[in-house]
Design a protein around this ligand. Structure first.
Ligand code: BES
Ligand code: ZN
Length: 634
């Protein structure tokens, strides 16, 4: 079905708020005089922005770290021209009252519950410009992970973090939770005095005396980028505009690991224009964080599993930084257009890495990505949803999180790489830079992008590319560019020596990068004998490796070959690390055998309380565990 566009004309200058805000940080770029906003049908939000849309949020909340509850008010300014009803998304929230700016009660009702939560419909008497919702989070708010002191690095203070993408912000704030709807926000957050609060906004660099923190996000952002973390945090600068937040015990390690951030930021600006969010900081979370990184504006949330000690996994920071353009500045309009966020970001990540670490490094990244892409296409081909290998997804009726695969990331990047190859880098770079400038602080559908691409690049340059095949058809087009890497060719040569009998200790692995080791581990023969595994482990110490990517790839091989000497490490890894990307292959490998299934269930029973809902959702499915049914509030 084709998506329908709603076009609403807004009277006066009110409709320009987003554009005016957008232009201020970099002094004027992107100002538009069109008093119009376009909304596209979003199957994952109940909001009806064409009827009434939010413009600004004033959030005032108290965080109860012991009671695991957030309560307070979300007060919204509506864009001018609102009709008779505004609809918010909520999921598991207790709605205590809804009022106008003067404290008059507004009529409201919570709709029926589905996997999208419950719509909150508020009737708007004529002239209502502000809606104040008094609310509290429910006991199983999916965005929130409340950690006991023992689940943190320091072990002495509790911790809370949120994860909004894709549709979880509605579990901690009532909001029009669609990536096509943007708003600015101010927040006041009250936490216990000994803790610090940080958000996807202007942030404190020191603890406040009274546990009260004030935040501002002056650039309009979509709801999924709302983020909060509370814990025993400290800040350390890395460069003039960059720094790290972490628990005090990890702060120096994090500051060293991310020492290249300022260079990355400059490299990114040189490529695609000014950074429009003022500061760029990274928050290192406890190990249960379900992702590698999350691009919360001004403050990327990151897993501690990238603290390898040698800066070898910081391409992840390049990725999250790149989202400051692709994703946060120009946003996918719906989750069906997710590749616009991630495909562009992987491409951009590679370009930042090439500029900062060189072409050899970027080639290795590209080739690992290509391998992931091939494996994902193969896996999805015979899955319940073979159509999920299309760039443009159709996730209506499904959890958008289930559409998060390497297709958006790697096929998306491959599409852009192919266009770059056809037009040449200078033209492609100029195109991308103009794309970000022109569409700053707006949301785009795949069709919007394709129209712009056609007009700005394909037509003028007379480019021949089968866009329909790339975007709307399953599988991989023939003109996919296959990356090459000299460094990986060396790995393959050593692998060949090992499989033909050379002991592991005699292989020439001097100076290998983490990516080379990953390539090595991914291409080990299948199956292997225990003698072979012991030979590798003896020579390279994989089981005790400190690098999370290396140890995860190794443990997968150990499970496949039932190599018991690594099982203590496996147990230890799975009960501390909650990063879904590592969990999925390990649990998947385990459930392939009867013995492994028993092991998977035993480990999961112990590990599950340490995982965020994003990860338990996936692993529950994988192991056939009953999903928690959220109790209906009210
Ligand atoms: N925005 C994503 C994480 C995400 C995607 C959260 C979809 C929820 C739904 C983030 O930028 C990301 O892609 N993280 C990757 C980083 C990697 C590709 C460098 C991750 O977490 O592994
Ligand atoms: Zn990403």
């Amino acid at each position: 079905m084709k998506t329908s566009h709603f076009l609403i004309a807004l009277a006066g200058t009110g409709g320009l708020v987003a554009c005016q805000n957008a232009s201020s940080p970099d002094g004027g770029a992107g100002t538009s005089t069109t008093p119009e906003r376009t909304y596209v049908m979003d199957p994952h939000s109940a909001a009806r922005p064409e009827e009434a849309v939010i413009d600004h949020l004033d959030l005032d909340i108290t965080v109860d770290m012991e009671g695991h509850r957030i309560s307070g008010t979300a007060a919204y300014d509506l864009a001018p021209g609102a009709g008779s009803e505004v609809v918010f998304d909520t999921d598991g929230l207790e709605i205590e009252a809804v009022e106008d700016a003067d404290g008059n009660a507004l009529q409201h009702a919570l709709g029926e519950e589905s996997f999208l939560g419950r719509p909150l419909r508020v009737t708007l008497p004529e002239g209502t410009q502000r809606v104040v919702v008094r609310y509290a989070t429910g006991p199983r708010a999916k965005a929130l992970q409340w950690l006991e002191p023992a689940q943190t690095g320091g072990g002495t203070a509790p911790f809370l973090f949120t994860q909004g993408q894709a549709i979880l912000t509605r579990t901690w704030i009532p909001v029009q939770d669609s990536p096509g709807i943007r708003f600015t926000y101010n927040a006041t957050v009250r936490v216990p005095e000994h803790l610090m609060a940080v958000m996807s906004a202007s942030n404190p660099q020191e603890r406040s005396a009274d546990g009260v923190y004030h935040f501002r996000m002056d650039q309009p952002i979509p709801g999924y980028l709302m983020a909060l973390a509370v814990g025993d945090l400290a800040f350390k600068p890395v460069g003039p505009r960059t720094g790290v937040y972490a628990e005090p015990g990890l702060l120096d390690k994090a500051a060293y690991e991310f020492g290249n951030m300022e260079d990355m930021l400059t490299a990114a600006e040189d490529l695609y224009g000014p950074y429009r969010w003022d500061r760029y900081d990274v928050l290192v979370l406890p190990p249960s964080f379900p992702f590698g990184g999350m691009e919360n504006p001004r403050l990327t949330f990151a897993t501690p599993t990238i603290l390898a000690g040698d800066r070898s996994l910081t391409s992840l920071v390049a990725h999250e930084l790149a989202h400051s353009w692709s994703g946060n500045l120009v946003t996918n309009a719906t989750w069906d257009d997710f590749w616009l966020n991630e495909g562009f970001t992987v491409y951009f990540e590679h370009r930042i890495c090439e500029a900062v670490f060189g072409k050899d490094y970027a080639d290795q990244l590209s080739l690992l990505g290509h391998q992931d892409l091939k494996a994902t296409v193969e896996r999805l081909r015979s899955s319940e949803h073979p159509e999920d290998t299309r760039l443009k997804l159709d996730m209506a009726g499904r959890d958008p999180d289930d559409g998060v695969t390497d297709i958006a990331y790697e096929k998306g990047c491959a599409f852009l790489t192919r266009i770059e190859q056809l037009v040449g880098r200078p033209k492609f770079d100029a195109f991308l830079r103009k794309y970000f400038d022109t569409h700053a602080f707006t949301s785009m559908t795949t069709e919007d992008f394709l129209a712009y691409l056609d007009e700005e690049l394909l037509q003028p340059e007379q480019v021949k590319i089968d866009v329909d095949k790339w975007v709307y058809q399953a599988g991989l087009p023939d003109d996919l560019v296959v990356p090459t890497s000299d460094a990986f060719a060396k790995v393959e040569a050593e692998l060949a020596r090992w499989t033909s009998g050379t002991p592991a200790a005699e292989l020439d692995t001097k100076g290998w990068t983490t990516f080379q080791w990953m390539h090595f581990l991914r291409h080990l023969p299948d199956p292997m004998t225990h003698e072979q595994l012991a030979d590798l482990d003896g020579a390279f110490g994989f089981t005790q490796a400190g690098n999370s990517e290396v140890v995860a790839a190794w443990l997968e091989q150990c499970v496949r070959n039932d190599y018991e000497p690594a099982y203590d490490r496996l147990d230890d890894f799975l009960t501390t690390v909650g990063r879904r990307k590592f969990l999925v292959p390990l649990y998947t490998a385990m459930v392939a055998t009867e013995k492994g299934k028993v092991m998977a269930n035993t480990i999961y029973a112990e590990a599950r309380p340490n995982y965020h809902s994003v990860s338990t959702h996936t692993i529950d499915d994988l192991l056939g565990w009953q999903q928690d049914v959220a109790p209906i509030s009210l």
